[in-house]
Write a protein that binds this ligand. Structure first.
Ligand code: ADP
Ligand code: MG
Ligand code: ZN
Length: 193
C-alpha cells in the first residue's frame, strides 16, 4: 500500500472519537489516529475500507494510503469529499453539544434520512461490512448514502457476497482480504501475548 506518513497538515477540520482530521495540499485529507495502543489499526482500517469500497463504491470512504507508527501518530490519507449540509450540521452539533431539537438537527435526524442510513448500513452488514451508522459518520455524497467509518469486516460474509454478486471482483477482494486477515491476526497476537 502507498505510504505518505509525512504529508503536511494544513488546516484542522474536526476531532472525532478516534481521530483528528486535517486538510492537506492537493485536496488530500489526513486522519491522525488518537490512540497508539493498536499498532495495526491504520493499515487494518485501510484494507477494511478498500474492501468495502470494492463492494459498495459509492457508499464508503476510500483511503489512498496508511501508515502505523509507534512514535508518531498513525495516519490514513483520503481525498476531500463534498458532504451535504445536514452532515456538516451533525459535526457542529457534536462539537458544540447543542440539543437535538434545533432545526438543523431535526433535518439531520429526520425519519427519511435515518431510514436510508439504516437500510444502507443493513445492506452492507449483509455483505459482511460493519459500518458505524452514528449520524456524524453518515453523509449524502453525490446523491448517495455514504459512510465515513467501516469498523469491522466479516471475511466469510464478504466472500459469500462477492461469490453471489461480484464474481469478477473475486480475485481482487481475496487479495485484500488476505492483507486484512493478516493484520487482524497480528493485532490479536499483539494483544494476547
Ligand atoms: N476525506 C474526507 N473528506 C471530507 N470530510 C472528511 C474526510 N474524512 C473525514 N472527514 C470528516 O471528518 C469526520 C470525522 O472523520 P472520521 O473518520 O469519522 O473520524 P473519527 O473516527 O474520529 O470520527 C467525518 O465525519 C467527516 O465529516
Ligand atoms: Mg467518525
Ligand atoms: Zn443542531
Amino acid at each position: 500500500m502507498p505510504v505518505l506518513p509525512s504529508i503536511r497538515r494544513e488546516k484542522f477540520l474536526f476531532e472525532g472519537a478516534d481521530g483528528r482530521i486535517y486538510l492537506a495540499r492537493d485536496g488530500y485529507v489526513v486522519k491522525e489516529l488518537l490512540s497508539r495502543a493498536d499498532p495495526f489499526a491504520a493499515r487494518r482500517d485501510y484494507w477494511a475500507h478498500r474492501i468495502a469500497h470494492e463492494l459498495f463504491p459509492g457508499n464508503v470512504l476510500r483511503f489512498h494510503a496508511a501508515s502505523d507508527s509507534a512514535t508518531e501518530r498513525s495516519v490514513l490519507i483520503s481525498k476531500k469529499i463534498e458532504v451535504d449540509e445536514d452532515h456538516l450540521h451533525t459535526l457542529d452539533a457534536y462539537k458544540k453539544g447543542h440539543g437535538l431539537n434545533c432545526a438543523g438537527c431535526k433535518k439531520a435526524f429526520d425519519p427519511a434520512r435515518t431510514a436510508l442510513r439504516e437500510k444502507t448500513a443493513q445492506a452492507m452488514k449483509n455483505a459482511g461490512l460493519i459500518v458505524d451508522s452514528y449520524p456524524t459518520n453518515f453523509a449524502i455524497v453525490e446523491g448517495k448514502p455514504f459512510f465515513f467509518e467501516v469498523n469491522e469486516i466479516d471475511p466469510d460474509k464478504v466472500r459469500a457476497y462477492v461469490a453471489g454478486n461480484l464474481p469478477e471482483s473475486r480475485e481482487r477482494v481475496e487479495k485484500m482480504l488476505a492483507r486484512y486477515e493478516k493484520l487482524y491476526e497480528q493485532m490479536m497476537k499483539h494483544f494476547l501475548k
